[in-house]
Write a protein that binds this ligand. Sequence first.
Ligand SMILES: Cc1cc2nc3c(=O)[nH]c(=O)nc-3n(C[C@H](O)[C@H](O)[C@H](O)COP(=O)(O)O)c2cc1C
Length: 341
Amino acid sequence: MLNDQTTNTHLSLAPFRGITHKAYRNAFARHFCGIDVFYAPFISGTGTGRIHPSKCSDIMPLSDGSPPVIPQIISNNATEIISFGRAIYRAGYRELNWNLGCPFDRIANKRRGCGMLPFPEEIEKILSDVFTADIFRDRAMRFSVKTRLGYRCPSEIGKVLEVLNQFAVCRIVIHPRTGEQIYSGKADPEKYAGCVGLSRHPLVYNGDIVHLAGYQALQTMLPGQKEWMLGRGALINPFLPARIRGREIAAEEKTGKLRSFHEELWTHVRTTIPREQQRLGAMKAIWHYLSGVMHNSKEVFSLIKRARTEKEYLVAVKTALEQRLANDQQIEKHFRCLTEK
Ligand SMILES: Cc1cc2nc3c(=O)[nH]c(=O)nc-3n(C[C@H](O)[C@H](O)[C@H](O)COP(=O)(O)O)c2cc1C
């Protein structure tokens, strides 16, 4: 049940490469409520010709029961973006998200992701070409952007928003960190507030939303903000979207949901990943965040991390799921440990 204050709120789940893959998104939608749309992790190197199906296995086929998903591309090549846009349009998607935020060197050094932010004229050139393609020009396919304040300097966003204002972009997700911060330190919602008056497009706030009180503080700081993207806060505590929507869930029910969520993911991993160590790696990446929903997250994660076989892993998970759930302070502590340099 949505309360009055939150019916206007739009919540999305941020993309996380290596974590929020199709099976994760499906399981999340099935066991936890409150997310309106899921952004799929970025796809890159799709090329300008026929796209190899393996590149798109995370988003295709789009089946009837899938939760709403927005595919994302990292590219600095307009032809590649158009060709990917056409392919996902044929598959049934109606929005493409362009990643202008990935901070990792191997991406940013090649002027992709946030590495493009110091070069607004290049962004302009790419968008001029992208918007000559009929699907984008006629808005059959919406085009959104996910970005940061800048690569090295938070003021870079000003020129970038000026460029984006010239095009029919449907929304801009802003994570108010610079690329150099990667995901550490603190997000800067005040700098985000400074972007609001600079853009003619709807903006989506993304960064450090960890619990209801933090979300409410951001609401006060950003009056009129309707669209929010949850990231690590929801990976740690998948009940956060429901909480924001005013839905309280009893502790016993939560544990049951976590158990079914894990069971579904584990079944998927066991049936799709052939090697035991890779299966464990995939699950440990999820627990890196999810362990934070337990009151003793450090112990829980270190037990899971130490598991060298599936048998050990399942024993560690059983122990994890027997723990008391964390309160907001403990969740915040887990989050802050993740953001320490
Ligand atoms: C492991 C990892 C993988 C990520 N993968 C993507 C990605 O594929 N695309 C993207 O736009 N952002 C990606 N991000 C960034 C998140 O979507 C999000 O913007 C970031 O975590 C900030 O939000 P938060 O402070 O609420 O976590 C990733 C972040 C991490 C830590």
